[in-house]
Design a binder for this molecule. Structure first.
Ligand code: SF4
Length: 689
C-alpha cells in the first residue's frame, strides 16, 4: 500500500457515478478503491471501476497533434482547425459545420463546446452520443414535467416496496446500483422486484417476477397497467390530461405483449397493492422509434397513482454514460440551451446571448445525431469536429457513417487514441487528456454533481478538451469570451449562468457556485442540484408545482406502436446492448486483461430452436447480415433470448478477431420526438459462417 494520500474522484464509466479513491504510486500507476463517503456507492465498485488503475498510462495513446498523419505542433494544428472552420462558415454559413461530442466529456468541456457552437459560430449543430442513450427520456420528461428532471434518488430504490425494472439490465449496465438494490432485497425479502425484458438477463437473478414481453410492446403493457391503476387524489390536484390518457390506455389489447395471463395478474397485483413503487428504465425503453411514448406511458402510471417525488416512489431513468446527465444540463444536445433553457424560446435565447455577450446565437435547433451524419454524407456539413466518441462504430448504420466521415471535406477528431475507427478518418487528430489526467465535473443519474480530479500528468502533449476548444475559439476571433485559465473558471461561469436561468424559471440551479475559485473547486464535495428551497429532500414535485404553464404535470394519450414485422429475407430481430465488463468500443476497458475474462469476444445469443433450424452449433461462428452491414459472431446458444430475437453486444469493432460491428446492422430509424435511434432492433439474416 502506498503512503501517498488518496485523491477523491469519480469513475470514468457508467451513469451511477461512483466515487473513487485513487492513490498514485509515483511511477505512473494508481491504486483504486471505492470511496466510502460518496453517496452514490458508499465504497462499492464494480469490476470495471475497480480495474481503472490498469487502464492508465501511455500505451496506445495519441501523444502529439497530427495533420494528415504527420506529427504537428499544437499551434499548427489549432491554427488549421480555426482557419478551416472560419473559412467554411464564411463561405457556406454557420450550419455548414458541426460538433459531435460525448456523454463522457466533462461538464466544463461540454459547456465550452456548446458556447462556441451555439453562441459564437451561431449554429446549433452540436449533438452528442447521449442522443443514442437517453434522448427519449429527455423528451418524455419535458412533455410530462415541463423540464428534463429525474424526480427521484438512488435511495428510493432501497426505500421502495416494489421495484420494476423495464428495459434495464441493471446488473450489467449499472452494477453498483444493482448491488444496492440486491442488498436492500436481501435485508427486506418482502420487497418485490419485477423485471420486464424480452431477455432473461442477469438482473432476473434477484427478481420475484420476470415478464418476457414481446419486444417493443412496452407501451401496450404500461397502458394496460394505467387502465387498471388506482387513481390518487394527487392526480386530481397536480396532473392534467388524465381522461385522454385513460381513454387511450383503455384501447390496448394486452395480448399484444405476448405475456401469460398468470404473469400479468401477478404484476397487476403488485402494482395495485403497493404504494411505494419505483420504475427503473433505461435503453430498452429509450432506444426505440417510439421511445418517447414508451417513457410517457411509464410516467403516466406514476402520475395517475401519485407515486412520484416521495421516498421510495417514482419513475427513474438511469443514464448510460458518466456525464450524460451533465450534458443534458449544460445544453449539449442540438435542441437545448444550457441550464434547462429552451432553444426555441426567444426570451431564453436572448438571456443566454446577453450573458455570453455572444455575436450570433443559434436561432433554431440543430441536427440531431443521425441527421447530422446524413448532412455530413450529403455535403451540407463540410467541417466536422468529433470529440471523445467513436461514431464510425457506434452510430446506427455504422458503415454508412464511416463512409460519410471519410467523404467529409474536413474532419477533426479529439481523442486519447489514434487507432479508433473514427480517428483513422481524421484530417487533424488532437491528443486529448483522459480520465485521471484532467479536472472537471460530472452529473450522475440522480442529479448528483461530483468532481473528477487530475491524478496523473497528461500523456505526451495531450490537452484538456475545454482548453483545445477555447484555443480554437480564440483563434477564430473571440479571445474575451474564451479566456479562462482553468476548469474552475469555466464551472464558475456555468454556475453563474444557472442563476440567470433560475430567474427565468429554470429548475436547474447551481448558482451557489457562481464564480467559484480554484480552492473552492478543488474542495467541491458531491452535491445534488438544485440547492435551493425548491428542493424537497432531494426529490422533485412531491408537493410542488411542475414546470408547466399551469404547474400541473401532463399525462399523454399514448398510442402504442408495435415494431413492423420482419421482412421474409431478414427474419430475425437482433437486439443489441452492453456486457458487464466492457465499455463502448473498449478503448479503455480493453487495456485491462481481467476485463476480458468474463466475455472475450463478440458473440450472438441465439435461442436453441433457431440454432437447430439454422444449423448453428454452439461456439461456431455465425454470419449476421443485412443490407446495411455484416458481423461475424461466436454462437452462444441459450434460452435467455426468445426465438427469432437474438442478442449481440455492441462493443467490438472490426479489428478484434471476428468482426463485431453490430451497430453497422442497425437501421437509422429514429424516434420522431426525440431523434433517438432504435438501436434495439435490427432486421437481419443469420447463417453459419
Ligand atoms: Fe463505475 Fe458504473 Fe461500475 Fe460504479 S457501477 S464503478 S460508476 S462502471
Amino acid at each position: 500500500a502506498s503512503s501517498r494520500p488518496a485523491i477523491r474522484t469519480t469513475c470514468a464509466y457508467c451513469g451511477v457515478g461512483c466515487g473513487v479513491l485513487a492513490t498514485p504510486d509515483g511511477a505512473g500507476g494508481l491504486t483504486i478503491a471505492g470511496d466510502p463517503e460518496h453517496p452514490a456507492n458508499f465504497g462499492r465498485l464494480c469490476v470495471k471501476g475497480a480495474a481503472l488503475g490498469e487502464t492508465v498510462g501511455t500505451k496506445g495513446r495519441l501523444l502529439a497533434p497530427r495533420i494528415q498523419d504527420r506529427e504537428a505542433t499544437w499551434d499548427q494544428a489549432l491554427d488549421l482547425v480555426a482557419q478551416r472552420f472560419s473559412e467554411t462558415i464564411a463561405a457556406h454559413g454557420p450550419d455548414s459545420v458541426g460538433f459531435y461530442v460525448s456523454g463522457q466529456m466533462l461538464t466544463e468541456d461540454y459547456y465550452v463546446a456548446n458556447k462556441l457552437m451555439k453562441g459564437f459560430i451561431g449554429s446549433a449543430n452540436i449533438d452528442t452520443n447521449s442522443r443514442l442513450c437517453m434522448a427519449s427520456s429527455v423528451a418524455g420528461h419535458r412533455r410530462a414535467f415541463g423540464t428534463d428532471t429525474v424526480p427521484g434518488l438512488y435511495e428510493d430504490l432501497e426505500l421502495a416496496d416494489a421495484v420494476i425494472l423495464t428495459g434495464s439490465n441493471l446488473a450489467w449496465c449499472h452494477p453498483v446500483l444493482y448491488q444496492r438494490l440486491a442488498a436492500a432485497k436481501a435485508a427486506r425479502p418482502e420487497m418485490r422486484i419485477v423485471v420486464i425484458d424480452p431477455r432473461r438477463t442477469a438482473t432476473c437473478d434477484i427478481a420475484d417476477l420476470h415478464l418476457p414481453l414481446a419486444p417493443g410492446s412496452d407501451a401496450v403493457l404500461f397502458n394496460w397497467l394505467l387502465s387498471l391503476s388506482p387513481l390518487s387524489p394527487f392526480c386530481a390536484e397536480h396532473v392534467s390530461g388524465l381522461d385522454e390518457a385513460m381513454a387511450a390506455a383503455g384501447q390496448v389489447d394486452v395480448r399484444e405483449t405476448g405475456l401469460d395471463f398468470g404473469l400479468l395478474r401477478q404484476f397487476l397485483a403488485i402494482w395495485q397493492q403497493t404504494d411505494k413503487v419505483v420504475t427503473v428504465y433505461s435503453q430498452g425503453i429509450n432506444q426505440s422509434d417510439s421511445g418517447s411514448d414508451k417513457v410517457n406511458a411509464i410516467l403516466n402510471c406514476h402520475l395517475a397513482t401519485g407515486r412520484i417525488g416521495r421516498p421510495g416512489m417514482g419513475p427513474f431513468s438511469v443514464t448510460g454514460q458518466p456525464n450524460a446527465m451533465g450534458g443534458r444540463e449544460v445544453g449539449g444536445l442540438a435542441n437545448m440551451l444550457a441550464c434547462h433553457l429552451e432553444l426555441e424560446n426567444p426570451t431564453h435565447r436572448a438571456a443566454v446571448r446577453d450573458f455570453w455577450a455572444a455575436p450570433g446565437m443559434a436561432e433554431r435547433p440543430g441536427l440531431k445525431a443521425v441527421d447530422m451524419f446524413r448532412a455530413v454524407e450529403d455535403g451540407r456539413i463540410k467541417a466536422l469536429w468529433i470529440i471523445c466518441t467513436n461514431p464510425a462504430v457506434l452510430m446506427p448504420e455504422a458503415d454508412r457513417v464511416a463512409r460519410a466521415i471519410a467523404g467529409c471535406d474536413f474532419v477533426v477528431v479529439s481523442d486519447m487514441f489514434a487507432t479508433t475507427d473514427t480517428a483513422r478518418l481524421a484530417h487533424v487528430l488532437l491528443p486529448a487528456t483522459g480520465w485521471g489526467e484532467k479536472d472537471g465535473t460530472v452529473t450522475n443519474s440522480e442529479r448528483r454533481i461530483s468532481r473528477q480530479r487530475r491524478l496523473l500528468p497528461p500523456a505526451g502533449q495531450a490537452r484538456d478538451d475545454w482548453r483545445i476548444l477555447a484555443d480554437v475559439a480564440v483563434r477564430m476571433g473571440w479571445p474575451d469570451a474564451f479566456g479562462w485559465q482553468g476548469p474552475a473558471e469555466v464551472f464558475g461561469e456555468y454556475a453563474a449562468l444557472s442563476g440567470v436561468a433560475g430567474d427565468l424559471g429554470s429548475d436547474f440551479d447551481i448558482s451557489a457556485h457562481a464564480g467559484i475559485d480554484a480552492a473552492g473547486y478543488e474542495a467541491l464535495q458531491p452535491f445534488l442540484w438544485p440547492q435551493s428551497a425548491r428542493r424537497q429532500g432531494g426529490r422533485f414535485f412531491g408537493a410542488g408545482r411542475f414546470h408547466t404553464p399551469d404547474g400541473k404535470a401532463r399525462m399523454l394519450a399514448v398510442q402504442p406502436r408495435l415494431p413492423e414485422p420482419a421482412p421474409d429475407a431478414l427474419p430475425f430481430r437482433l437486439n443489441t446492448g452492453r456486457i458487464r465488463d466492457q465499455w463502448h468500443t473498449m478503448t479503455r476497458t480493453g487495456l485491462a486483461p481481467r476485463l476480458s475474462r468474463h466475455l472475450a469476444e463478440p458473440f450472438l445469443e441465439i435461442h436453441p430452436e433457431d440454432a437447430v433450424r439454422l444449423g448453428l452449433a454452439p461456439a461456431t461462428l455465425a454470419e449476421v447480415e443485412n443490407p446495411a452491414g455484416r458481423a461475424i459472431l461466436r454462437v452462444l446458444v441459450t434460452d435467455r433470448v426468445r426465438p427469432g430475437h437474438p442478442f449481440a453486444p455492441m462493443h467490438w469493432t472490426g479489428e478484434t478477431g471476428p468482426s463485431g460491428r453490430v451497430d453497422a446492422l442497425v437501421p437509422g430509424l429514429t424516434d420522431p420526438v426525440s431523434g433517438q435511434p432504435a438501436l434495439k432492433s435490427a432486421a437481419v439474416a443469420i447463417r453459419p459462417f
